[in-house]
Each structure stands twice: as structure tokens, then as C-alpha cells.
Design a protein around this ligand. Structure first.
Ligand code: IMP
Ligand code: MG
Length: 176
């Protein structure tokens, strides 16, 4: 698969953005250990880079979220698989995702973590398409606000391709 892509965020920009996220997250942690929860599969590149910049005690967990897109009139249904998640009871959790689009995925996962007994739940995303937001929640940490374009790379995919691009690129809409 090799459709034309156009670079939106360079490796240097991504490194600076992820470094800023790591500083904000460690400052808020105030010395308490964190449970960093990555949302599969899009967060894996960010997760790997971010945790190596966090010089604080932390544990790592994973959740899988799949949303079966509905039609234009029915919302997609979100399924959360928490089998890979360690015990979060009493933990200060930071959920990590690649992109905040409508926000439904993050809202669902944060509610699940709260119902599992987390002490606090914050969220960090690499990218946000602010104009697409459909929920009453803002991520606590945002790497970059981007326009409403379909993007790939640095973990983000189109049909599971392009996750390995070291930069973030837009895919030509006409090719989708
Ligand atoms: P939300 O529930 O609408 O916020 O959707 C978030 C999920 O949709 C992300 O974790 C991505 O998997 C996917 N997604 C949304 N926009 C894009 C994009 O531009 N490129 C790739 N995946 C996207
Ligand atoms: Mg995803």
C-alpha cells in the first residue's frame, strides 16, 4: 500500500511536542506514581516515546478499543477490551491515545477506568481535531491541534497501514 502522503508534522516537531507532553504529565504527577494506559493500536509509537521521557515511577497498561462505525444517523458502538489492563484500583491513570476526533473513544475508556476504581483519570493525545468534538470533555494534554484532515503515521493508520511513518502525514482524500 503506497498512496500519496504529504508531511504535516516533522519528526523534529513531534519530538518537541512529545517532550512538552512529558513535562506537563510529570509536573502534574507531583511525585506520585502513574499508571500509563495506551489505547491499542494507534498509541503504541507515542507510548514508547513518551514513557522514555517520563523520569517518574510508572507502570504501563493497554486497552483495546474498537468502534463499529454506524450509519450517518446511528452512532458507532464502542467496544472496550480491558483484559490487558493491570489492576487500576487506587491508581492515578493517564490514558494515552493517538488522536482525539469525535472524542467518543476517550470518553468511553475514561468512564471504564473510573468504574474499575481508578483514583484519578487524565488523558493525553498526540493530535486533536478540535472542530470534530462531539463530547463534553477536553483532553488534559494535547500535542498538536490539527485541521479536519485524515492523517497517518507515528502510530496512526489507514486500514492498519502507515503506522510506521516517523512523521505525521495527510492522505489525499480522493484516494480514500
Ligand atoms: P474518536 O472516538 O472519534 O475520537 O476516534 C478516535 C479514533 O479514531 C482514533 O483512536 C483513531 O483510531 C481514529 N481516527 C480518527 N481520526 C483519524 C485520522 O485522521 N487518521 C487515523 N485514525 C483516525
Ligand atoms: Mg485508534
Amino acid at each position: 500500500m503506497s498512496l500519496p502522503v504529504k508531511q504535516l508534522l516533522s519528526e523534529e516537531q513531534l519530538r518537541a511536542g512529545v517532550t512538552r507532553l512529558s513535562r506537563e504529565i510529570s509536573q502534574h504527577a507531583q511525585g506520585r506514581p502513574l499508571m500509563i494506559v495506551g489505547v491499542l493500536t494507534g498509541s503504541v509509537v507515542l507510548l514508547a516515546d513518551l514513557i522514555r521521557l517520563l523520569d517518574i515511577p510508572l507502570r504501563v497498561g493497554l486497552v483495546q478499543a474498537s468502534s463499529y462505525r454506524g450509519t450517518a444517523t446511528t452512532p458507532g458502538e464502542l467496544t472496550i477490551n480491558a483484559e490487558l489492563l493491570p489492576d487500576v484500583r487506587g491508581q492515578d491513570v493517564v490514558v494515552i491515545d493517538d488522536i482525539f476526533d469525535t472524542g467518543h473513544t476517550l470518553v468511553g475508556i475514561m468512564a471504564q477506568l473510573e468504574s474499575l476504581g481508578a483514583r484519578s483519570v487524565r488523558s493525553a493525545v498526540l493530535l486533536r481535531k478540535a472542530e470534530r468534538c462531539e463530547v463534553d470533555l477536553a483532553p488534559d494534554y494535547v500535542g498538536f491541534d490539527i485541521p479536519n484532515l485524515f492523517v497517518v503515521g507515528y502510530g496512526l493508520d489507514y486500514n492498519d497501514h502507515y503506522r510506521n511513518l516517523p512523521y505525521v502525514a495527510t492522505l489525499d482524500e480522493d484516494e480514500l
